[in-house]
Structures are given as C-alpha cells and as structure tokens.
Design a protein around this ligand. Sequence first.
Ligand SMILES: *[C@@H]1O[C@H](CO)[C@@H](O)[C@H](O)[C@H]1NC(C)=O
Ligand SMILES: *[C@@H]1O[C@H](CO)[C@@H](O)[C@H](O)[C@H]1NC(C)=O
Ligand SMILES: *[C@@H]1O[C@H](CO)[C@@H](O)[C@H](O)[C@H]1NC(C)=O
Ligand SMILES: *[C@@H]1O[C@H](CO)[C@@H](O)[C@H](O)[C@H]1NC(C)=O
Ligand SMILES: *[C@@H]1O[C@H](CO)[C@@H](O)[C@H](O)[C@H]1NC(C)=O
Length: 640
Amino acid sequence: MRRLFQILALCSIALAAPSQRANHVLHEWRAAEPVGWVKSRRAEVEGIIPLRIGMKQQNIHMLEDLIMDVSHPDSPSYGQHWTPERVVDFFAPSESTVSAIRRWLAVAGFAEDQLRLSPNKGWIELNATVAEAEWLLDTEYHVYEHPSGEKQLGCHSYSVPEHISEHVEIIRPTVHFNSLVPEDPTRLHKRANPNHLGQPSSIYGPKTNGVKVETKPSLANCDQFITPDCLRALYNFHYTPKATAKNSYGIVEFTPQAFLAPDLDLFFQNFSSTQVGQRPILVSIDGGVVQTIAQSFSFNGESDLDLEYAMALTNPQPITLLQTGDLVEGAGFDNWLDAVDGSFCTFEGGDDPTQDGIYPDPLAGGFNQSESCGIIKPPFVVSVSYGQDEGTATHRYATRQCNEYGKLGLLGTTVLYSSGDNGVAGFGGVCQNSSGLDDPGGGLNEIRFNPGFPGSCSYVVSVGATQINSGASVNDPESACERIIFSGGGFSDIFPMPSYQEAVVTNFLKEHPPPYSAAQFNNSGKARGFPDLSANGANYVIAIDGLFELVFGTSASSPVVGSMITMINDARLAVGKRPVGFINPAIYSPKFAHAFNDITTGNNPGCTTDGFTAVKGWDPVTGVGTPKFDKLLPLFLGLP
Ligand SMILES: *[C@@H]1O[C@H](CO)[C@@H](O)[C@H](O)[C@H]1NC(C)=O
Ligand SMILES: *[C@@H]1O[C@H](CO)[C@@H](O)[C@H](O)[C@H]1NC(C)=O
Ligand SMILES: *[C@@H]1O[C@H](CO)[C@@H](O)[C@H](O)[C@H]1NC(C)=O
Ligand SMILES: *[C@@H]1O[C@H](CO)[C@@H](O)[C@H](O)[C@H]1NC(C)=O
Ligand SMILES: *[C@@H]1O[C@H](CO)[C@@H](O)[C@H](O)[C@H]1NC(C)=O
C-alpha cells in the first residue's frame, strides 16, 4: 500500500488531467448521471472501497448456440438441460484471465493476501482506498446525492490497461453506483428513490382504474371483467395438474410489495373456492418478508394480482413465492438470481445497489446475515412483473445479467418478464432524448423510444398485453391492450437479434416498415425485438385490500402465461420428460405458429407517436400472439 501512495504522489499532476493514462483504455462510462442524482463532492481519498472485478467468462459467446441446442424443437438434444456444476465450470473465467488480473493487481502494489476469489470463480475482490482505486482505474470517485437523501459512491467512467480490458466484464463500484452511503433508517419505509424495485410508486406495478367491482362477473361480460374463467375460455386453458410434487412455479416479488392473506381468501371464495386458506410457499431471499404494516394498492396490488391468478390457474400446483429483499434496503433482479443460481453471489455482494440490495444489510433493522446465495433450486418457471428502462443499465451490466438468464435456460428454467405498460415509452411514460438518455423534462427532446429491461434480453420471455374489445366475447379476436395501459414493445438498444426470431422480425420490418427513423428506434433489422408473446392485460378482477377492483397491466399477462407453461411442464413431467425451459426458440418456430392467436389490431403509443401497430405475424406490440393452450400442450408434449 505504501508503495502505491508514493506512486500516487508522483502521478498527482497526471491524475488531475482528464486525458487517459498511457496504455489505458476506457472500459465503462455513463453518458449522463441517472435522473435525479446530483454529483455533490469528491470522495475522501482515505475511504475504503470494496472493489469487485467481474472477470470475463469463458465460452460465453457459445451461450446462444448451447441454449438453442436444448430448446429448439428441431434439436435432437431438446430438453437435455445442464447440471448447475456443468454450467459453473463451463463459464468460469479461464486460468489465464485470473492470473492476468492477479498480475495486474500485484504490479499495482496489492499483496496476494489482499485478493479473494469468489466461490463461483467469477469475481476477484479487494479492499482499496479511494486514492488507490482512482489510480488503478484512472478515474475520480464522487459522492452522488438523490433528493430522497440517499447517497452513492461512484465514478463517471473508468479505464483499465489495454491488456487487461479483454479479461474484465465489469468492475464495481464504479459507474453502476455501487456503494450506498447508509441513510437514516427511520425514513426507509417511504424511500422515494424510484430506482428501487418494489417501492410503492404509481409508475411501477399494475394500474387500477379505481372501479370497485360490485356485481358478480360472468363469462358473458369478460370484456368488462376478466376472471380466471374468462382466461380459461379465451385460451382454451383447461387442465388439471397431476405431477405437482415434481413441478415448481416461482413468482418473484420485491419487498415491501407483499400479498395479503385475507385478499387471497376473498378472491378464492368467489373464483376458486377449494383454495380458501391456501398460501404460496414462502422463500425468503435476503430477508424478504411478506409485510402487512403498510397496506394499499401500491403495496399489495402487484403481489395480490400475481398470486391470485397464478394460484387459481394452476390449482392445486403449489406456488413458490420468491419474496426478495428486506424492509430496509429492498432488492433487485440480481438478488433473486443469486438465490436460485448463485451466479451473482460474491462473498459480500457484487450486485448493483441502484437496483440490487447488498447483504448483509448494515442498516438498523436490516437483514444482517449473508446474502441468500443458491438457497433453492431454480423453479421450472419464474414470472417477474417488474422491470426497468434499458437505458438505465450499462451494456456490460445488462449483458452480464442477461447471460445469467441464459444459464437458467440451460438449466431448464423459463424466465418470464412483463414487457412494460407504457407502449414504446419507458416507466412513467419517459422517453429518451437524442443522446439516448431518459429525459423526464424533455418535452420536444423526447424523441427516442425507451425499451424495457430485462424483457429486452434475448434469454427472457417478454410478455405483452392484449384486451377483449368492448362488446366482444371470449371467442372474438383480441386487440393489443389500449385500456389504461399500452403493451410495452420495441427493439433493444443493447441486445442483438437472436437467431430464433430472425425470420419473423425481419418479415415484420420488411412487410410493415414502421414510419419511424433510426433516431426513434434501432431499425437496422439487427436488434432484438420484444415482446415475444402476449396475454390479456385489461380489467382483471382482483381482491385487493378487502375489496374487488379492476387492474390493468402486462403485470397480469406474465403470471398468466407462466401458469400455462407450468401446466405444460406438468404434462411433460407426468410422462417422465423434462420441463420445457427456454421457450422462445419453440414459439417462434413455424411448427408452433398455429398454437397462437395472431393479434392484428391495436397499437402501443408513446413518445408522442402511435407507437407500433399489431399486424399479421409477429409485431413489437403483442409478439407472436396469445397462446392457444389446447394447441401448445400437444406440441410441447410431443417434443423429446
Ligand atoms: C474488506 O474489508 C471488510 C471490512 O473490514 C472485510 O469484512 C472484508 O473481509 C475485506 N475484504 C477483503 C477481500 O479483504
Ligand atoms: C363475490 O361473491 C359474493 C357472494 O356470492 C357476491 O355477492 C359478489 O357479487 C361477488 N363479487 C365478485 C366480484 O365476484
Ligand atoms: C441481527 O438481526 C437480528 C434481528 O434483527 C438481531 O436480533 C441480532 O442482534 C442482529 N445481530 C447482529 C450481529 O447485529
Ligand atoms: C439528454 O438528457 C440528459 C439528462 O438525462 C442531459 O444531460 C443531456 O444533455 C440531454 N441531451 C440532449 C441532447 O438533450
Ligand atoms: C442496432 O443494433 C445492432 C444490434 O444490437 C447494433 O449492432 C447496432 O450498432 C445498432 N445500431 C445503432 C445505430 O445503435
């Protein structure tokens, strides 16, 4: 350490200059500060930073081919999923990567005993002072502040020596705002920082029109009231599971979002009477609790909706509730991933605290045990009705997480995310300006569409929303959802087009070229399009805070599709086959085309445009359409 300080003193003039150090190359950067955050001051040079270096994984370029191999309906290896051990070993960084990084750090003055390798071999951790980290990464650390009072330690960009760059995926804390400066815990229940999932906020979660349902809905008025019976009739979804002991279906919720037991019972009384008293199996991830202190639509709406419908539609399949994050810190996508596959776990974190909770939680009342790492086997289907604007994640962060979804696919898990409720716009209806950044006050600057993540990841099943048109019945064609919400859809600014969707997405762009320019979305024909499929998302009758209310959103569509896949898995498990795992290569294949109701009417407006239009074939509003369960089941059952 001493040695490094001497070097630092000598280099201080060079450090002050913004230009890059010789042989260093820029590794990651943010084009602007995240909305609401203000850079307040330089970090103190003596402060300690727990630096974590996410090393380049081996063979990761083969992931798409490997997933296709076990998931494409024409592949002879369909369903031959990998073991977790095989996945860890196959993608672990190579010896040469680990030793290159160790050498780099040794030359920089860090002793061997200061470095630690994570159990999954993906990360090297070391404690460095701010001054050392700034020198190592040729950067400047600042304290950033949010109006909520939250503080973050981070830098705007960083660089590494050219010969190291190829060995590093990401380094934290850097541009992802990795180090929370602890705040006053008395204010935590009302944290205003909208970056945290599960926090009560009107822009996340399902929407309600505030209408209380006081009459008994029937199959004759599904255009006004969606119930489990409406969905069964719409999608010919009639199936009683028989392999429940072998099967699993996980629903992810982020604390403080929580279900209320009396709401489940109220719903079951009216719509699934044998289930009164039934509860999901709670898996508490990182101190996750089903809190009942705060009760309102924004605390209970998402969880009540997801569980009422998932449980009713798969009855009597037990549902696993992956309740993620404690009451103090909350959590993010990497936290539930940690709990099911351990891939993101490091000794003390490695997640991204603008999105992810870091455990143990140092704050009063927080979860003070180690992070939940690989505590349960991944359920065969996982539905997550949460998301973020893709532009708020760096490419490297989003890519590393996306690859973890790919690994889950290799293991045989289907991961579904709702596609978003704002059409081509992002959360809160925010669009991007010409620099590709969220611009909430942008007005006329808001020209660029704002794709949602993780749905934009090619290894996730992104689920959009449809509606039954007014006056229409369950036997009539649905339209893209245009009630209260618009189905999230578009093209990724990060992920390239996966091979499984090439034919249909290219066809869409060619036959129905959208009237927009490259300034509005990546129209090159090389970007990943989403959603993949859709299901009804309008007028759901749910029991919420003791009453029946109507809710809207792709939040509803995702657990409904998840329920259908879970029942298909049941049929396969019952005859000794593996679950379907990653379904996209199958649902885009020509032999599956007749198993979907093609949606050809409606739009997903946003960013002062009409958005995209649902047309014949795939479209970035409703994907390949809504499932015909009675057609999908035999197709999947017929695969090896
Ligand atoms: C970094 O410091 C923390 C706090 O002292 C300690 O718990 C942790 O083990 C250290 N990590 C390494 C890699 O030395
Ligand atoms: C629930 O059931 C009660 C009792 O049958 C009935 O009065 C009420 O209208 C029903 N409400 C809904 C939304 O189904
Ligand atoms: C951890 O948290 C529990 C429950 O809040 C508390 O009882 C216990 O004292 C804490 N342990 C430590 C070491 O802080
Ligand atoms: C885009 O918005 C960001 C704020 O998120 C701002 O810093 C930047 O200057 C804007 N760019 C343009 C071209 O308006
Ligand atoms: C569009 O997407 C492709 C695939 O991700 C990418 O290679 C290309 O650079 C993108 N184009 C623009 C203008 O961003």
